[in-house]
Design a protein around this ligand. Structure first.
Ligand code: F6R
Length: 243
């Protein structure tokens, strides 16, 4: 595990974008695992800037997102489809057919989860998986208690996640209660993991994940067993442990 301390969110975003850029430069047809939420917004912004300067080429890159809400379509502003288009895809030369996100409108969960696992396999696996971490230690939408052996699955979001995500919706009642998420097994099969975290509300989750027991109660704790984890976090997020 490598830990890079960032002085602030801007620095965190630049450092994370540098690591992703290095992957793109070393392997122009790399498969990138993508995350949504607040944490990666600055990272995507930085990647777009470097693309516009002519320093990055996404033409052969494939992306596979971690998760998507169920019951809302790609045009819904709260969907992760919409997030990815507005924060990254619309601003770089990635081919739309090379971007993959679970289909939140597919009601047949078994079918959609099998399809998504097949997408990951047919891309040859993920070279670099970007992750945020929930205050409860979740990664993707793998909530506490989720078995480490799961591949893509349907998830009932926990109360704390619904509450945390309600900041993006006009009321908590609008937050979808279910989602599709890659499983821990899919995440662990990625060749490299880049976890980003900022703010004091991530400190306890990071401490438990990397210094506590490896347990489904803290989904991110499984990352202790991954050979290639890089953490980029600010001082507040790192403040609950001696790194
Ligand atoms: C998003 C995802 C989630 C977030 C996590 C942290 O695709 O899978 O696990 O990474 O909830 O979210 P933020 O960055 O908003 O604090």
């Amino acid at each position: 595990m490598r830990v890079y301390k960032a002085v602030d969110y801007n620095d965190l975003s630049r450092k994370a974008a540098n690591i992703i850029s290095a992957q793109i430069i070393m392997k122009p047809d790399a498969v990138l695992g993508m995350a949504t939420g607040s944490s990666p917004i600055g990272t995507y912004k930085q990647l777009v800037e470097w693309y516009k300067k002519g320093d990055l080429d996404f033409s052969e890159i494939k992306t596979i997102n971690l998760d998507e809400y169920m019951g809302i379509g790609p045009e819904n502003e709260q969907s992760y489809h919409f997030y990815m288009r507005t924060n990254l895809f619309d601003h770089v030369n990635i081919k739309p057919e090379n971007t993959f996100i679970p289909d939140g409108l597919e009601e047949d969960g078994e079918k959609e989860c099998a399809r998504y696992d097949e997408v990951i396999n047919s891309c040859g696996g993920i070279d670099l998986q970007l992750l945020g971490i929930g205050g409860n230690g979740h990664i993707g939408f793998n909530e506490p208690g989720t078995s480490f052996g799961k591949t893509t699955h349907q998830v009932a979001l926990s109360e704390s996640t619904i509450e945390a995500n309600s900041r993006f919706f006009s009321s908590i009642d609008e937050v979808p209660k279910y989602a599709y998420s890659m499983g821990i097994k899919n995440i662990m099969q990625a060749k490299n993991i880049l976890l980003i975290a900022s703010g004091i509300n991530k400190a306890e989750a990071l401490q438990k994940a990397f210094f506590g027991p490896i347990t489904p109660a803290v989904p991110a704790s499984i990352l202790q067993l991954h050979n290639n984890v890089t953490i980029v976090a600010d001082e507040d997020a790192l403040s609950a442990a001696k790194w």
